[in-house]
Design a protein around this ligand. Structure first.
Ligand SMILES: *[C@@H]1O[C@H](CO)[C@@H](O)[C@H](O)[C@H]1NC(C)=O
Ligand SMILES: *[C@@H]1O[C@H](CO)[C@@H](O)[C@H](O)[C@H]1NC(C)=O
Ligand SMILES: *[C@@H]1O[C@H](CO)[C@@H](O)[C@H](O)[C@H]1NC(C)=O
Length: 263
């Protein structure tokens, strides 16, 4: 009985802890697509980023609190460097997230209220995460603070991450699989044949190449076939040309013979 109660208590406590330490999507009803985008951010969870602009330093944690204390939900804070004055810009208990083909927009609402600007509404942090395959997360910086409106003001940040990249399925076509199989078989044939010729038959030099005579014959056949198919001039002119070569070759020894005879 006590054990069961303890279990229930632990479950409740851990559920609360998980919630306090995680992005909570805003609105009464959670959308499945928003949940899916949030899951894509999982590899970045609890990563800390910092950027300085003029007299302010901004600290950002992906779905986690900047300050250790969990109840504040401070996902993005502004720190006025000289005065160590901290303003919470956005909280993780008020998260909105959506994506396009190669970017993810993460928004933390429910920040501290403006003193006089923007109709004293709560601050809001928008973080634009752009696809960059080369990095898990980098180049966090502030783009702009919009506060010259009567409402819907925001702090805009940007960063690069591979999690924002479109998911590529590596699909090998049937053709490329067949090509790979063929290449592997040719490789096995050449290496296996080489080893056989060298160590079993005891061949040397070119003879180590498997079935060398067959391939030579095949090469000749292919050459003949190509000769037959590709040549535009009739065969006779080609023989005539070769004839010239043959004649010249044949003449030389004859000439030499001629020189030799009188001696
Ligand atoms: C964390 O929060 C406490 C209490 O709200 C505050 O005193 C402290 O300065 C904060 N620390 C940082 C690093 O924000
Ligand atoms: C988030 O938490 C803060 C501080 O605890 C609270 O003031 C705010 O109303 C909360 N926002 C939402 C949407 O729950
Ligand atoms: C958002 O990301 C999902 C994958 O999680 C993708 O299927 C969808 O096409 C993306 N949305 C847009 C508008 O590109």
């Amino acid at each position: 009985m006590y054990v069961r109660l303890l279990c229930v208590c632990l479950a409740v406590v851990s559920a609360i802890a998980a919630d306090a330490d995680n992005c909570k999507l805003n609105g009464d009803q959670e959308s499945a697509s928003e949940r899916a985008v949030l899951e894509r951010l999982a590899p970045l969870k609890n990563m800390r980023f910092e950027t300085t602009h003029e007299e302010y330093t901004y600290k950002f944690v992906v779905c986690g609190g900047v300050n250790g204390s969990k109840s504040t939900y401070d996902g993005l804070i502004q720190n006025k460097t000289a005065k160590s004055e901290i303003t919470v810009v956005g909280r993780i208990n008020d998260t909105t997230v959506f994506n396009g083909t190669d970017w993810i927009m993460l928004i933390y609402g429910s920040g501290e209220q403006y003193d006089s600007h923007c109709g004293k509404e709560p601050r809001k942090a928008m973080i634009m995460i752009s696809c960059n395959k080369k990095t898990l997360a980098s180049d966090f910086m502030i783009v702009h603070e919009e506060r010259d409106k009567s409402k819907e003001c925001f702090y805009l940040f940007e960063m690069d991450s591979s999690v924002a990249c479109p998911v590529e399925e590596s699909h090998l076509s049937v053709g490329s699989i067949l090509l790979i199989v063929f290449a592997v078989l040719v490789g096995i044939y050449i290496i296996g044949g080489f080893l056989y010729q060298r160590f079993v038959v005891g061949a040397k030099g070119m003879e180590q190449f498997p079935n060398i005579t067959m391939w030579k014959e095949l090469g000749n056949l292919v050459a003949d076939g190509c000769d037959f198919v590709c040549r535009s001039q009739p065969r006779s002119s080609e023989t005539a040309y070769r004839g010239v070569g043959d004649d010249q070759l044949g003449e030389e020894p004859e000439e030499r013979d001629d020189h030799l005879l009188p001696m």
